[in-house]
Design a protein around this ligand. Sequence first.
Ligand SMILES: [Zn+2]
Length: 322
Amino acid sequence: MKADKNLNKTRNISYTGLFSSLALTLFKLFAGLLGNSTALLADAIRSFSELINELVKLLDLFIASKPEDWGHNYGHGKVATLFTGAGACVLLFAGVQSVTLASGELLMFMQGKETGTPEIFALLAAALTLISKEIVPLFSRKSGKQAEGISSEIYHYTRNVHIRSLLLSCLVTLGIGCTFIPGKNWAIADSFIAVILSLYLLGTSSRLLYSTANELIEASLDEENNLKIREIINRTEGVTGSGELKTRRIGNGIAINACIMVSSSLNIQEVAEIANLVEERLKADYGQGIYTLIKAEPSPERNCFFQKKVMISKEGKKKIVL
Ligand SMILES: [Zn+2]
């Protein structure tokens, strides 16, 4: 019952985030177009990236977190990865458009040509979104934060995201506001901020694309995690050493294929218990949803490869695959 309640709560939060980022994207887009502000247009793309983020969260909740079935033995985690990649492509395209538009305006200004300046309406729209989206929630979050009991790691991560968002919104409002200061040179502040924001968006989409591509080509986990996994395996009682280790990411989860060495005097039952223990230890650290495949080989040292399975069993050596 409690889990259901939590799930409903998460869905509500996700739907609220989804609709607010959709509304913000459209509002900034129209205000940017009508108010003639490139910075606000670039900020609309930033809200669009938040919309993609919310959509991935919902997708994760409904599809990616579904357990494995006969057609998808490793679960559905890659659905969210695929969608993130598609979203990052759209974001990259929008970022390129935005940086082209803004740098074109900068170039025109440098050549001494007349560029359009934002209307007061754009400044009001930017100030309104800054107050309603960034400043008001900042105060309401302060009071409700501890009661939810979220982990400090997630809290710090979300806090950093909010601070970054607040700074960027301030920058946009400031950029548009500067164009109203008397003096010809201030007119370019809007385009200048738009270039900065567009470059930030290009960086974000490139990073997203890189991590998505890496996951789709089955990149292994980072060195630190691989070392940690090997350490957990080697520390398990009954394990005398470890051989090949293969790791990869599947959505929010991971998959581990490992080869452990055990004493050759053990029987099959004992070896199976050691392999189970290794799996339990790994799941205790990385979550119950991870995929593990532990192969056991007798000590002493012998290289072990998963591909050698058939060849080795022909030789009649003791070998257990679990
Ligand atoms: Zn399926």
